[in-house]
Design a protein around this ligand. Structure first.
Ligand SMILES: N[C@@H]1[C@@H](O)[C@H](O)[C@@H](COP(=O)(O)O)O[C@@H]1O
Length: 246
């Protein structure tokens, strides 16, 4: 596990964009696993800038998003489809047919999950998976649980996650209670994982995921078992990591 600590969010975003564009430059037909949330916004902005400057070309790149809310239409302002289009896809030259996001409106959710996994496999597997981390240690929408969840599946969102994510909705009751998410196993199959965390409210989850017990109770702790993980943290998110030395 490589841990890179940077001064602030801006530096974190630039570093993360460098790692992602490096991957795409070295392998133009890379399969990227992408994330939503506030944390990767700066990274996507930097990637758009790099694309506009001609540094990176996404014409052969394939993407799979981690998750999508259940029951939200693709063009709903709070859907992750909408988020990705607004913040990344509409600004770069990725082909529409190379973009994959779980269909939160699928009638047969189980079949949708199986298809999503098959599609990832057919594309050759994920080369680089981008992750944020929830305050409760969730990755994707894999909430703390008794077991590590397996493949893409329907999840019930935690009260805490609904509360935190309600900042994007008009009303907390509008936040979907369920989502479709890649499972821990899907994430762990990625060849390389890049986790970003910024801000003091992430410090505890970051600390536990790196130095704590490997337990489904803190889903990100499973990353300790992955052979190629990079954490990019700003000073606040990394602030508890030095506490063992004090
Ligand atoms: N499903 C997403 C996660 O993929 C994300 O990592 C997390 C943290 O979001 P933020 O980056 O806004 O703190 O929020 C959501 O629940």
């Amino acid at each position: 596990m490589r841990i890179i600590i940077v001064k602030d969010y801006e530096e974190l975003s630039k570093k993360a964009a460098n790692v992602i564009s490096g991957q795409v430059i070295l392998k133009p037909n890379s399969v990227l696993g992408l994330a939503t949330g506030s944390t990767p916004l700066g990274t996507y902005k930097s990637l758009v800038k790099m694309y506009k400057e001609g540094v990176v070309d996404f014409s052969k790149t394939i993407t799979y998003n981690l998750d999508e809310y259940y029951g939200l239409a693709k063009n709903h302002i709070n859907s992750y489809n909408y988020f990705m289009d607004k913040n990344l896809f509409s600004h770069i030259n990725i082909l529409k047919e190379n973009i994959h996001i779980p269909n939160g409106e699928a009638h047969d959710i189980e079949a949708e999950c199986v298809l999503y996994e098959q599609s990832i496999e057919k594309s050759g597997g994920i080369d680089l998976q981008l992750l944020g981390i929830g305050r409760n240690g969730h990755i994707g929408f894999n909430e703390p649980d008794l077991t590590f969840e397996a493949l893409t599946h329907m999840v019930k969102l935690d009260k805490d996650t609904i509360e935190v994510n309600s900042r994007f909705f008009e009303n907390i009751d509008d936040v979907p209670k369920k989502a479709i998410s890649m499972g821990i196993k899907t994430i762990m199959r990625a060849r390389k994982i890049l986790l970003l965390a910024s801000g003091i409210e992430k410090a505890e989850a970051v600390y536990k995921s790196i130095k704590g017990k490997i337990t489904p109770d803190l889903p990100a702790s499973v990353l300790q078992l992955h052979p190629d993980v990079i954490y990019i943290l700003d000073e606040d998110a990394a602030s508890l990591l030095s506490r063992d030395k004090e």
